[in-house]
Design a protein around this ligand. Structure first.
Ligand SMILES: Cc1cc2nc3c(=O)[nH]c(=O)nc-3n(C[C@H](O)[C@H](O)[C@H](O)COP(=O)(O)OP(=O)(O)OC[C@H]3O[C@@H](n4cnc5c(N)ncnc54)[C@H](O)[C@@H]3O)c2cc1C
Length: 483
């Protein structure tokens, strides 16, 4: 039977392996809807994410149109808009892929109850994860707290379902004027920065949308996977997939990645070893684990998972926080990372750990201040991955790095950026220093600084904190809460 359907796009901005979209298109003519949520109480997305979203919606609209469909955009509270659209368009089936933030779950639950109560068929699907957060448990049915057993249990569930292809043809549902008048053209959503336009570096670095995601995956499997297990820690090499924003916005799903990886390896098209492939999949596993943690700990972004940290003696310091945000700490690897983030909306994982550790431990700033800055500036800002990772670095999280493990940004630089090329790229004022001096310019001989044109305190800041002093101060602070 043909039924008018509505697919509500959210974190699934793709056509392929989109089970909810497939169910809607199989049912009959479809209204494809995206609502920029500025009314439901969800945490507003950050500036970099808004830029990405705009580009991704543009790509999705084009891809839908090529299949005969149409993406309708609205702005407002989905709790108000969705029931109205369903009613006025005579929709009989509503589909969506599930989300995992507490406010999103609450909204979806309310909507499902309301719409079902009015005789509408509402169907939700898993489009975002290999396993739903409640599907992986301890033997006694409890949520998991440690990554290794989590991932082992997840792997034991077997292969994820084979991805479903994109719909061949989509019939766009003709809309009554009342709905046309609620729709907004993309520029009216006001997602991209104008005055000033700070997104130039992001435009150069990224191609948001499903086609960009697929191209990046193919590229990574063809040439990036080889050596991943070791090189993934090298910010000076393009050795990771850079799929994180594509995954966050659902331009590609983890089932697709899983099967593409296995297919490419079986066909001899992926250059990497078994170890590279396993390491890469285990990073997807961390993404799964973070969603598991968020689902079972809805306040992951705001509350210490380990409540001993509620009594931690943070030293709020707006000036220090601002210098960290701007990449002006005087510690080259930290500044390089923060500038890469500011320019491109992304930062290498190893450097994320270093800058987070520096903020939390050397500067004694509450991890939530760092989480909030990342939320605003990352194109992959993700409620699960960001909060879980910040708590991991802070030592307050599940299966976290112990608080007393304090990254030394100098030795991290010397190990993972041995030639200093990452620092040279993002902190060009230091480019003339030797490989030996570049990670701690404050210790470089006067002559070397002069020849490189570096004047500490003038062309490049002196370190915000003495590293040995900062480390000891952090350990002393931690000693006050250690149970
Ligand atoms: C302080 C801090 C904050 C972070 N905030 C985010 C965030 O907001 N959004 C985000 O997607 N990742 C976050 N991460 C995790 C990680 O840094 C990024 O996922 C990774 O750098 C993305 O690059 P990639 O796609 O090249 O990763 P790859 O190495 O190619 O990994 C493949 C995919 O696995 C997932 N992944 C990799 N590492 C992790 C991890 N540690 N935790 C969870 N998932 C992971 C990502 O989806 C990634 O795209 C954060 C890490 C730290 C230390």
């Amino acid at each position: 039977m043909t039924e008018r359907a509505l697919h509500w796009f959210r974190n699934d901005l793709r056509l392929a392996d989109n089970p909810a979209l497939a169910a809607a298109t199989e049912s009959g003519p479809v209204l494809c809807l995206y609502i920029l949520d500025n009314g439901s109480g969800r945490r507003p997305i950050g500036g970099a994410s808004r830029w990405w979203l705009s580009r991704s919606l543009d790509a999705l609209g084009t891809a839908l149109a090529a299949k005969g469909g149409r993406l309708v955009l609205m702005r407002g509270d989905p709790a108000v808009l969705l029931p109205r659209v369903v009613k006025e368009a005579g929709i009989k089936l509503v589909t969506w892929n599930r989300r995992y933030e507490a406010a999103e779950i609450a909204l979806d639950r309310t909507l499902k109850e309301d719409l079902s109560g009015n005789g509408i068929d509402v169907r939700s699907f898993n489009g975002h994860l290999l396993n739903e957060p409640w599907q992986v448990t301890t033997t006694t049915g409890q949520p998991m707290k440690v990554f290794t057993p989590y991932w082992r249990a997840a792997r034991q569930k077997g292969e994820p379902a084979v991805p479903i292809p994109a719909p061949g043809r989509i019939r766009a549902l003709p809309l009554p004027d009342s709905i046309e008048s609620m729709a907004a053209p993309l520029p009216n959503l006001d997602l991209e920065p104008r005055k000033p336009d700070w997104a130039g570096g992001m435009r150069d670095a990224w191609m948001p949308g499903e086609a960009g995601a697929t191209a990046r995956l193919d590229d990574f499997l063809g040439s990036g996977l080889a050596g991943y297990a070791v090189d993934r820690d090298r910010p000076d090499r393009a050795a990771t997939s850079r799929l994180s924003p594509h995954l966050h916005f659902g331009e590609i799903g983890p089932r697709q990645i899983w099967h593409a990886l296995h297919h490419a390896r079986a066909a001899g098209e992926a250059a990497g070893s078994e170890q590279d492939a396993e390491k890469f999949l285990s990073e997807i596993g961390w993404r799964e684990f973070s969603h598991h943690l968020l689902f079972h700990n809805p306040e992951l972004a705001t509350r210490n998972y380990d409540q001993r940290f509620d009594a931690f003696p943070w030293r709020p310091d707006e000036t220090a926080l601002r210098r960290w945000q701007r990449g002006q700490t005087g510690v080259p690897l930290v500044d390089a990372g923060m500038r890469e983030l500011w320019t491109t909306g992304w930062m290498h994982n190893r450097v994320r750990m270093v800058v987070a550790s520096f903020l939390i431990k050397h500067l004694l700033q509450d991890w939530r201040a760092g989480e909030a800055w990342f939320w605003d500036t990352l194109v992959d800002a993700d409620a699960a991955n960001n909060a879980a990772s910040w708590q991991w670095v802070a030592g307050s999280g599940a299966d976290a790095s112990p608080y007393f493990r304090i990254f030394n940004p100098v030795t991290q630089g010397e190990t993972h950026d041995p030639k200093g090329s990452y620092v040279r790229q993002w902190v060009p004022v230091l480019a003339g220093l030797s490989d030996g001096d570049i990670h701690q310019p404050w210790k470089a001989p006067e002559k070397a600084l002069r020849e490189a044109g570096v004047r500490i305190g003038e062309t490049y800041p002196a370190p915000l904190v003495d590293l040995a002093f900062g480390r000891q101060r952090a350990l002393d602070a931690f000693a006050t809460i250690r149970g």
